[in-house]
Design a protein around this ligand. Sequence first.
Ligand SMILES: [Zn+2]
Length: 107
Amino acid sequence: MTVCPTCGLPKELCVCESIAKETQKITVYMEKKKFGKKYTVIEGIDKKEINLNQLAKKLKAKLACGGTAKDNVIELQGDHRSKVKSVLVELGFPADNIEIREGMSRT
Ligand SMILES: [Zn+2]
């Protein structure tokens, strides 16, 4: 059994991550990489509060795409801007805290 280091409850009973989700300010934008590959970048989620690897896994499954979690961002292969917000909301992030940028980069 794993115990949460924040509240001391077993992981099954712990709601720390659910509470933390309410406070994340998420920005989603596109990035073009080598060979014109497009990535949807999800930025602003605190990896100390949210398990990014687990979140990336869920997003990849729901959007049926490849991707990785690294540093403080999640990168998903392809353009998922139209769907990613509803998927994040489904996973417990408030819609008001998710900003989808139109441009290709963070400018
Ligand atoms: Zn906890």
